[in-house]
Design a binder for this molecule. Structure first.
Ligand code: PBG
Length: 343
Protein backbone atom coordinates (compact mmCIF):
# COMPACT_ATOMS: atom_id res chain seq x y z
CA UNK A 1 0.00 0.00 0.00
CA UNK A 2 1.18 3.45 -0.86
CA UNK A 3 1.76 5.83 2.01
CA UNK A 4 0.10 9.23 2.13
CA UNK A 5 3.10 10.62 3.98
CA UNK A 6 5.75 12.51 2.05
CA UNK A 7 8.17 14.35 4.27
CA UNK A 8 8.01 18.07 3.70
CA UNK A 9 8.92 21.01 5.80
CA UNK A 10 6.27 23.72 5.88
CA UNK A 11 6.75 26.93 7.80
CA UNK A 12 9.84 25.62 9.49
CA UNK A 13 8.47 22.42 11.02
CA UNK A 14 7.62 19.11 9.45
CA UNK A 15 4.23 17.54 10.09
CA UNK A 16 5.51 14.99 12.61
CA UNK A 17 6.89 17.84 14.67
CA UNK A 18 3.55 19.63 14.50
CA UNK A 19 1.43 16.57 15.37
CA UNK A 20 3.89 14.84 17.67
CA UNK A 21 3.65 11.90 15.31
CA UNK A 22 -0.07 11.46 15.93
CA UNK A 23 -1.41 10.83 12.46
CA UNK A 24 -5.13 10.15 12.59
CA UNK A 25 -5.26 9.30 8.90
CA UNK A 26 -3.46 6.03 9.72
CA UNK A 27 -6.71 4.23 10.55
CA UNK A 28 -8.54 5.76 7.61
CA UNK A 29 -6.20 4.41 4.99
CA UNK A 30 -8.20 1.38 3.87
CA UNK A 31 -11.71 0.05 3.86
CA UNK A 32 -10.86 -2.75 6.31
CA UNK A 33 -9.31 -0.39 8.86
CA UNK A 34 -12.16 2.07 8.56
CA UNK A 35 -14.61 -0.74 9.21
CA UNK A 36 -12.52 -1.96 12.12
CA UNK A 37 -12.60 1.33 14.01
CA UNK A 38 -16.19 2.22 13.18
CA UNK A 39 -17.94 3.31 16.39
CA UNK A 40 -21.58 3.34 15.38
CA UNK A 41 -23.66 1.18 13.14
CA UNK A 42 -27.13 1.26 11.73
CA UNK A 43 -29.03 -2.03 11.48
CA UNK A 44 -32.55 -2.91 10.37
CA UNK A 45 -33.40 -3.37 14.05
CA UNK A 46 -33.17 0.40 14.43
CA UNK A 47 -35.95 1.16 11.97
CA UNK A 48 -39.58 2.08 12.57
CA UNK A 49 -41.58 2.63 9.42
CA UNK A 50 -44.35 5.28 9.50
CA UNK A 51 -47.14 4.48 7.01
CA UNK A 52 -50.24 6.31 5.79
CA UNK A 53 -53.59 4.56 5.50
CA UNK A 54 -56.78 5.32 3.57
CA UNK A 55 -60.18 3.70 3.43
CA UNK A 56 -61.21 1.47 0.57
CA UNK A 57 -59.69 -1.46 -1.19
CA UNK A 58 -56.71 -2.04 -3.39
CA UNK A 59 -55.95 1.64 -3.74
CA UNK A 60 -52.77 3.70 -3.48
CA UNK A 61 -52.38 7.45 -3.64
CA UNK A 62 -49.19 9.35 -4.23
CA UNK A 63 -48.28 12.13 -1.84
CA UNK A 64 -46.67 14.73 -4.11
CA UNK A 65 -44.75 16.41 -1.29
CA UNK A 66 -43.27 13.05 -0.24
CA UNK A 67 -41.88 11.39 -3.38
CA UNK A 68 -41.86 7.61 -3.01
CA UNK A 69 -44.39 7.58 -0.15
CA UNK A 70 -48.00 6.57 -0.71
CA UNK A 71 -51.22 6.31 1.22
CA UNK A 72 -52.54 2.78 0.94
CA UNK A 73 -55.69 0.88 1.82
CA UNK A 74 -55.56 -1.69 4.62
CA UNK A 75 -55.35 -4.71 2.30
CA UNK A 76 -52.26 -3.21 0.64
CA UNK A 77 -50.85 -2.11 3.97
CA UNK A 78 -50.85 -5.72 5.09
CA UNK A 79 -48.77 -6.64 2.07
CA UNK A 80 -46.35 -3.78 2.70
CA UNK A 81 -46.04 -4.91 6.30
CA UNK A 82 -45.23 -8.43 5.14
CA UNK A 83 -42.49 -7.00 2.97
CA UNK A 84 -41.19 -4.91 5.89
CA UNK A 85 -41.19 -7.94 8.19
CA UNK A 86 -39.23 -9.91 5.59
CA UNK A 87 -36.69 -7.11 5.49
CA UNK A 88 -36.34 -7.41 9.27
CA UNK A 89 -37.98 -4.08 10.14
CA UNK A 90 -39.22 -4.55 13.73
CA UNK A 91 -42.21 -2.24 13.71
CA UNK A 92 -44.44 0.14 11.83
CA UNK A 93 -46.26 3.27 12.95
CA UNK A 94 -49.65 3.93 11.37
CA UNK A 95 -51.17 7.29 10.44
CA UNK A 96 -54.67 7.54 8.99
CA UNK A 97 -55.94 9.94 6.36
CA UNK A 98 -59.54 10.07 7.50
CA UNK A 99 -62.39 10.93 5.16
CA UNK A 100 -63.31 14.60 5.60
CA UNK A 101 -66.93 13.69 6.33
CA UNK A 102 -65.78 11.89 9.49
CA UNK A 103 -63.85 14.83 10.92
CA UNK A 104 -65.47 17.15 13.45
CA UNK A 105 -64.68 19.77 16.07
CA UNK A 106 -63.72 17.31 18.79
CA UNK A 107 -62.24 14.57 16.64
CA UNK A 108 -64.91 12.20 17.93
CA UNK A 109 -64.11 9.50 15.36
CA UNK A 110 -60.96 8.72 17.33
CA UNK A 111 -63.32 7.06 19.83
CA UNK A 112 -64.79 4.71 17.25
CA UNK A 113 -63.42 1.21 17.93
CA UNK A 114 -63.82 0.52 14.20
CA UNK A 115 -62.14 3.63 12.87
CA UNK A 116 -59.50 3.40 10.16
CA UNK A 117 -56.55 3.16 12.49
CA UNK A 118 -58.11 0.42 14.63
CA UNK A 119 -59.19 -1.62 11.61
CA UNK A 120 -55.67 -1.37 10.26
CA UNK A 121 -54.21 -2.57 13.55
CA UNK A 122 -56.55 -5.56 13.65
CA UNK A 123 -55.66 -6.53 10.11
CA UNK A 124 -51.94 -6.15 10.77
CA UNK A 125 -51.97 -8.19 13.96
CA UNK A 126 -54.03 -10.91 12.29
CA UNK A 127 -51.91 -11.16 9.14
CA UNK A 128 -48.41 -10.06 10.16
CA UNK A 129 -48.18 -10.77 13.90
CA UNK A 130 -44.39 -10.66 13.88
CA UNK A 131 -44.27 -6.92 13.26
CA UNK A 132 -44.84 -4.47 16.14
CA UNK A 133 -47.63 -1.96 15.64
CA UNK A 134 -47.24 1.55 17.01
CA UNK A 135 -50.34 3.72 16.92
CA UNK A 136 -50.29 7.48 17.13
CA UNK A 137 -52.97 8.49 19.58
CA UNK A 138 -53.65 11.94 18.20
CA UNK A 139 -56.66 13.98 17.26
CA UNK A 140 -55.32 15.82 14.23
CA UNK A 141 -56.42 13.25 11.62
CA UNK A 142 -59.92 13.39 13.12
CA UNK A 143 -60.53 17.08 13.80
CA UNK A 144 -62.06 19.44 11.26
CA UNK A 145 -59.49 22.08 12.27
CA UNK A 146 -56.37 19.90 12.16
CA UNK A 147 -55.36 20.52 15.75
CA UNK A 148 -54.18 17.81 18.11
CA UNK A 149 -56.52 18.90 20.85
CA UNK A 150 -60.14 19.80 21.36
CA UNK A 151 -60.73 23.42 20.41
CA UNK A 152 -63.08 25.47 22.61
CA UNK A 153 -63.45 29.23 22.11
CA UNK A 154 -60.16 29.38 20.25
CA UNK A 155 -58.28 27.49 22.97
CA UNK A 156 -56.92 23.95 22.84
CA UNK A 157 -58.30 22.56 26.07
CA UNK A 158 -55.95 20.25 27.91
CA UNK A 159 -57.85 18.05 30.30
CA UNK A 160 -60.78 17.20 28.06
CA UNK A 161 -58.33 16.27 25.32
CA UNK A 162 -56.40 14.03 27.71
CA UNK A 163 -59.56 12.24 28.75
CA UNK A 164 -60.46 11.55 25.14
CA UNK A 165 -56.97 10.39 24.22
CA UNK A 166 -56.90 7.96 27.16
CA UNK A 167 -60.15 6.37 25.97
CA UNK A 168 -58.87 6.26 22.39
CA UNK A 169 -55.67 4.59 23.59
CA UNK A 170 -57.73 1.80 25.19
CA UNK A 171 -59.53 1.21 21.86
CA UNK A 172 -56.18 1.13 20.08
CA UNK A 173 -54.83 -1.39 22.59
CA UNK A 174 -57.98 -3.49 22.27
CA UNK A 175 -57.44 -3.54 18.50
CA UNK A 176 -53.97 -4.97 19.14
CA UNK A 177 -51.58 -2.01 19.23
CA UNK A 178 -48.29 -2.95 20.88
CA UNK A 179 -47.12 0.57 21.57
CA UNK A 180 -49.23 3.67 22.04
CA UNK A 181 -47.56 6.89 20.95
CA UNK A 182 -49.21 10.09 22.16
CA UNK A 183 -48.06 12.94 19.95
CA UNK A 184 -50.12 15.83 21.25
CA UNK A 185 -48.00 17.29 24.10
CA UNK A 186 -50.98 17.84 26.41
CA UNK A 187 -50.00 17.88 30.07
CA UNK A 188 -50.70 14.65 31.92
CA UNK A 189 -51.53 12.53 28.90
CA UNK A 190 -48.91 9.84 29.50
CA UNK A 191 -50.09 9.18 33.05
CA UNK A 192 -53.74 9.21 32.03
CA UNK A 193 -53.10 6.78 29.18
CA UNK A 194 -51.06 4.49 31.45
CA UNK A 195 -53.86 4.42 34.03
CA UNK A 196 -56.50 3.75 31.39
CA UNK A 197 -54.48 0.95 29.80
CA UNK A 198 -53.79 -0.69 33.16
CA UNK A 199 -57.39 -0.40 34.29
CA UNK A 200 -58.54 -2.15 31.11
CA UNK A 201 -56.17 -5.09 31.20
CA UNK A 202 -53.50 -3.71 28.88
CA UNK A 203 -50.59 -3.55 31.31
CA UNK A 204 -48.27 -4.99 28.67
CA UNK A 205 -48.99 -2.31 26.09
CA UNK A 206 -46.11 0.15 26.09
CA UNK A 207 -46.08 3.92 25.73
CA UNK A 208 -43.67 5.72 23.46
CA UNK A 209 -44.16 9.35 24.29
CA UNK A 210 -43.45 12.07 21.80
CA UNK A 211 -41.70 13.57 24.81
CA UNK A 212 -40.16 16.47 23.01
CA UNK A 213 -42.16 17.55 20.06
CA UNK A 214 -41.18 20.93 18.71
CA UNK A 215 -43.39 23.45 16.92
CA UNK A 216 -41.64 22.80 13.63
CA UNK A 217 -41.92 23.75 9.99
CA UNK A 218 -40.59 20.33 9.05
CA UNK A 219 -44.01 18.68 9.44
CA UNK A 220 -45.26 20.37 6.27
CA UNK A 221 -45.45 17.38 3.92
CA UNK A 222 -47.11 15.22 6.60
CA UNK A 223 -50.04 17.62 6.66
CA UNK A 224 -50.55 16.87 2.98
CA UNK A 225 -50.22 13.15 3.71
CA UNK A 226 -53.03 13.08 6.29
CA UNK A 227 -55.03 15.81 4.59
CA UNK A 228 -54.85 18.57 7.19
CA UNK A 229 -52.90 21.10 5.15
CA UNK A 230 -55.91 23.20 4.21
CA UNK A 231 -57.65 22.72 7.53
CA UNK A 232 -55.21 23.87 10.15
CA UNK A 233 -56.12 27.22 11.60
CA UNK A 234 -53.37 29.02 13.42
CA UNK A 235 -50.38 27.07 14.67
CA UNK A 236 -49.50 24.52 17.32
CA UNK A 237 -47.31 26.75 19.47
CA UNK A 238 -49.53 26.53 22.56
CA UNK A 239 -48.79 22.82 22.89
CA UNK A 240 -45.55 21.96 21.06
CA UNK A 241 -42.17 23.11 22.38
CA UNK A 242 -40.46 26.27 21.15
CA UNK A 243 -37.52 25.23 18.92
CA UNK A 244 -35.35 27.56 20.99
CA UNK A 245 -35.63 25.49 24.17
CA UNK A 246 -33.55 22.64 25.54
CA UNK A 247 -34.24 22.70 29.28
CA UNK A 248 -37.96 22.60 28.61
CA UNK A 249 -37.41 19.48 26.50
CA UNK A 250 -35.68 17.85 29.47
CA UNK A 251 -38.49 18.79 31.83
CA UNK A 252 -41.09 17.41 29.43
CA UNK A 253 -39.19 14.15 29.17
CA UNK A 254 -38.65 13.85 32.91
CA UNK A 255 -42.36 14.37 33.39
CA UNK A 256 -43.32 11.74 30.81
CA UNK A 257 -40.96 9.22 32.39
CA UNK A 258 -42.43 9.92 35.83
CA UNK A 259 -45.90 9.36 34.38
CA UNK A 260 -44.92 6.00 32.91
CA UNK A 261 -43.38 6.42 29.45
CA UNK A 262 -41.43 3.30 28.45
CA UNK A 263 -39.66 4.98 25.56
CA UNK A 264 -39.21 8.59 24.60
CA UNK A 265 -38.98 10.27 21.25
CA UNK A 266 -37.55 13.48 19.88
CA UNK A 267 -39.24 15.10 16.91
CA UNK A 268 -38.15 16.38 14.41
CA UNK A 269 -34.89 14.48 14.14
CA UNK A 270 -31.78 15.86 12.51
CA UNK A 271 -32.26 19.50 13.56
CA UNK A 272 -32.66 18.29 17.17
CA UNK A 273 -29.84 15.79 17.67
CA UNK A 274 -28.56 17.86 20.60
CA UNK A 275 -31.82 17.04 22.36
CA UNK A 276 -31.43 13.33 21.61
CA UNK A 277 -27.93 13.39 23.04
CA UNK A 278 -28.99 15.25 26.15
CA UNK A 279 -31.97 12.97 26.82
CA UNK A 280 -29.92 9.81 26.42
CA UNK A 281 -27.16 11.16 28.67
CA UNK A 282 -29.65 12.26 31.31
CA UNK A 283 -32.25 9.51 31.41
CA UNK A 284 -30.72 6.35 29.83
CA UNK A 285 -34.13 5.36 28.53
CA UNK A 286 -34.90 3.81 25.13
CA UNK A 287 -34.64 6.96 23.04
CA UNK A 288 -35.98 7.45 19.54
CA UNK A 289 -36.09 10.20 16.98
CA UNK A 290 -38.58 10.88 14.24
CA UNK A 291 -36.98 11.83 10.96
CA UNK A 292 -40.07 13.73 9.89
CA UNK A 293 -41.66 14.32 6.53
CA UNK A 294 -39.83 17.57 5.77
CA UNK A 295 -36.47 15.98 6.46
CA UNK A 296 -37.34 13.08 4.18
CA UNK A 297 -38.61 15.33 1.41
CA UNK A 298 -35.56 17.60 1.52
CA UNK A 299 -33.28 14.67 0.85
CA UNK A 300 -35.56 13.31 -1.87
CA UNK A 301 -35.90 16.70 -3.57
CA UNK A 302 -32.19 17.47 -3.54
CA UNK A 303 -31.51 14.00 -4.82
CA UNK A 304 -34.09 14.31 -7.62
CA UNK A 305 -32.37 17.52 -8.68
CA UNK A 306 -29.03 15.78 -8.79
CA UNK A 307 -27.69 18.01 -6.02
CA UNK A 308 -26.83 15.21 -3.61
CA UNK A 309 -26.45 11.46 -3.74
CA UNK A 310 -29.81 10.60 -2.18
CA UNK A 311 -28.91 7.09 -1.08
CA UNK A 312 -25.72 8.15 0.67
CA UNK A 313 -27.46 11.12 2.28
CA UNK A 314 -30.18 8.77 3.53
CA UNK A 315 -27.69 6.36 5.13
CA UNK A 316 -25.58 9.17 6.54
CA UNK A 317 -28.58 10.89 8.10
CA UNK A 318 -29.74 7.63 9.71
CA UNK A 319 -26.28 6.91 11.06
CA UNK A 320 -26.20 10.40 12.58
CA UNK A 321 -29.16 9.41 14.76
CA UNK A 322 -27.22 6.43 16.08
CA UNK A 323 -24.19 8.56 16.79
CA UNK A 324 -26.36 10.99 18.78
CA UNK A 325 -27.59 8.12 20.97
CA UNK A 326 -30.81 6.94 19.36
CA UNK A 327 -31.94 3.37 19.92
CA UNK A 328 -34.11 3.63 16.85
CA UNK A 329 -35.46 5.97 14.22
CA UNK A 330 -38.91 6.54 12.77
CA UNK A 331 -38.18 7.13 9.12
CA UNK A 332 -40.01 7.03 5.81
CA UNK A 333 -36.75 5.65 4.42
CA UNK A 334 -37.18 2.44 6.46
CA UNK A 335 -37.79 -0.03 3.59
CA UNK A 336 -35.24 1.61 1.33
CA UNK A 337 -32.62 1.69 4.09
CA UNK A 338 -33.43 -1.90 5.10
CA UNK A 339 -32.96 -3.08 1.51
CA UNK A 340 -29.64 -1.30 1.40
CA UNK A 341 -28.58 -2.81 4.77
CA UNK A 342 -29.53 -6.32 3.65
CA UNK A 343 -27.22 -5.86 0.71
C1 PBG B 1 -49.53 14.96 14.85
C2 PBG B 1 -48.36 14.44 14.10
C3 PBG B 1 -47.58 15.15 13.21
C4 PBG B 1 -46.60 14.30 12.75
C5 PBG B 1 -46.80 13.04 13.35
N1 PBG B 1 -47.90 13.16 14.21
C6 PBG B 1 -47.71 16.54 12.69
C7 PBG B 1 -48.02 17.61 13.59
O1 PBG B 1 -47.86 17.48 14.79
O2 PBG B 1 -48.43 18.67 13.14
C8 PBG B 1 -45.55 14.70 11.80
C9 PBG B 1 -44.83 13.62 11.13
C10 PBG B 1 -44.01 14.08 9.98
O3 PBG B 1 -43.91 15.27 9.67
O4 PBG B 1 -43.46 13.20 9.34
N2 PBG B 1 -50.27 14.06 15.51
Amino acid sequence: MKSSVEKRVAGGRDVDEITGGRRLRRMRKADWSRRLVQENQLTVNDLIWPVFIIDGENRREDIPAMPGVQRVTIDLLVREAERAAKLGIPSIATFPNVDLSLRDDTGSAILDPDNLINRATRALKAEVPEIGVITDVALDPFTSHGHDGILRDGIIVNDETVEQLATAAVHQAAAGADIIAPSDMMDGRVGAIRDALDANGFADVAIMSYATKFASAFYGPYREAIGTQGLLKGDKKTYYIDPANTDEALRETEQDIAEGADMVMVKPGLPYLDIVWRLKETFQLPTFAYQVSGEYSMIKAASANGWIDGERAMMESLLAFKRAGCDGILTYFAPEAAERLQG
